[in-house]
Design a protein around this ligand. Structure first.
Ligand SMILES: Nc1nc2c(ncn2[C@@H]2O[C@H](COP(=O)(O)OP(=O)(O)OP(=O)(O)O)[C@@H](O)[C@H]2O)c(=O)[nH]1
Length: 297
């Protein structure tokens, strides 16, 4: 860290139509495992995807809802509002497109891009492009669509020009203290994050209906090179909350477990067997629950 240079820290959103490589880019920039963030971080309004700290610069990558989902009609309009609001709160936006390809999906993203924030166009998958002249024409056309602050051709998959993209992003970070400590990867934050992922799925699906929320406790965590076996317990306040969480035929719990498992697989980068079950808080002191949640037995 250079003492004469002020530290910078800002929120970055990666947006774009499905399949352009947003997740690949996000993971290439922060490393999949850096999705682990401290609890303090979770209090921000954004869901943090990962944090990249480089000397005096800290980039906080956030997940933007709406770009992960594919809805139509009224749902789409509502999601678009959510997206616009979310993007108004970040410091820099990366709009990802696929080199040489432009579809209605890409065109649909442009009106959602903020006008009062720098938007950097990342032209991804350049490794798959043979004709570099065609790429130049393609980029020129895109620059007429929106006043991008910069255009960077990259390959998220092959790590081409990602350092240039990071430099461009850094130019737009506001000066300020770093919000996160550089993370240490230990078992405990992984357990904690797995619990957070499960809780997030519950919150999304039935959050409105669960009056006291719930606590997710990781009860078993066995991991080796081949995979992980995880048992998680959802602690609810009352018996009457159980059917809310289960849904008809247990479909809610199935969906929660499936979606959480997919995220945990991404986090651990290995197969995961996840068992999620429900317990009512009888015999659970708050303190005990809190301690176990943090990984203390
Ligand atoms: N050739 C090439 N393929 C890439 C590159 N980046 C991503 N891909 C591939 O493109 C596909 C989609 O990548 P994702 O990162 O899942 O795309 P996404 O935009 O997050 O997709 P959604 O989750 O559907 O919105 C995957 O098969 C990636 O391996 C790249 O730089 N070059």
């Amino acid at each position: 860290m250079n003492a004469s240079t002020p530290s910078r820290c800002g929120f970055v959103a990666i947006v774009g139509r499905p399949n352009v490589g947003k997740s690949t880019l996000g993971n290439a920039l922060v490393g999949a495992k850096l999705s682990i963030v401290s609890r303090k971080a979770q209090t921000t309004r954004h869901r943090i995807h990962g944090v990249l700290t480089r000397d005096q610069d800290q980039f906080v990558f956030v997940d933007t809802p709406g770009f992960q989902t594919r809805h139509g009609g009224a749902m789409n309009r509502m999601m678009n509002r959510v997206v616009t609001q979310a993007l108004a709160e970040v410091d820099v936006v990366v709009h990802v497109v696929e080199a040489g390809k432009w579809s209605a999906g890409d065109a649909g993203v442009v009106p959602l891009l903020p006008r009062n924030r720098p938007v950097i166009l990342a032209v991804n998958k350049v490794d798959a492009v043979k004709d570099k002249n065609a790429l130049f024409a393609y980029v020129s056309r895109l620059m007429e669509q929106f006043p991008y602050a910069a255009v960077v051709p990259v390959s998220a998959l092959r790590d081409v020009q990602l350092d240039i993209l990071i430099q461009e992003l850094a130019r737009h970070l506001p000066e300020g203290e770093h919000l996160f400590e550089p993370d240490t990867l230990t078992d405990r934050p992984l357990r904690f994050l797995a619990a957070e992922l499960i809780r997030e799925k519950i919150f999304r699906l039935v959050g409105d209906e669960l009056p006291y929320g719930c606590t997710v406790v990781i009860e078993q965590w066995e991991e080796n090179a081949e995979g992980a076996r995880i048992a998680a317990c959802v602690v609810i306040e009352r018996d009457s909350h159980r059917p809310i969480l289960l849904g008809a035929g247990g479909q809610h719990m199935k969906r929660i477990a499936t979606e959480a498992r997919q995220d945990i697989v991404r986090l651990l980068e290995k197969p995961v067997f996840l068992d999620v079950y429900i317990k009512v808080r009888k015999g659970w002191s708050d303190r005990e629950a809190a301690l176990r949640e943090l990984g203390y037995e």
